[in-house]
Design a protein around this ligand. Structure first.
Ligand SMILES: [Zn+2]
Length: 74
């Protein structure tokens, strides 16, 4: 039986689909019983989805364009 600390360690691999079928089953079983880890995995998915939408690094021209519209500080 997995402990919450195991879910913390395996969470990224879980959402990246990088666990073995056995590890995945164990983790899912834990998630069925532990709302704290369900919440943790949901937040991991959200972060991964959000980070995937960020165009990093920004092209230099875009950075200069943004800097040009920021008023100078006094
Ligand atoms: Zn847990």
């Amino acid at each position: 039986m997995l402990m919450c600390r195991d879910v913390l360690a395996m969470g990224s691999d879980y959402i990246d689909d990088a666990l073995t079928p056995r590890e995945r089953r164990s983790l899912r079983l834990h998630l069925l019983m532990c709302r704290h880890c369900r919440r943790y995995v949901r937040s991991l998915r959200l972060v991964a989805a959000t980070a995937g939408q960020l165009p990093l690094p920004a092209p230099e021209a875009r950075v200069l364009e943004i800097l040009s519209v920021i008023p100078p500080t006094e």
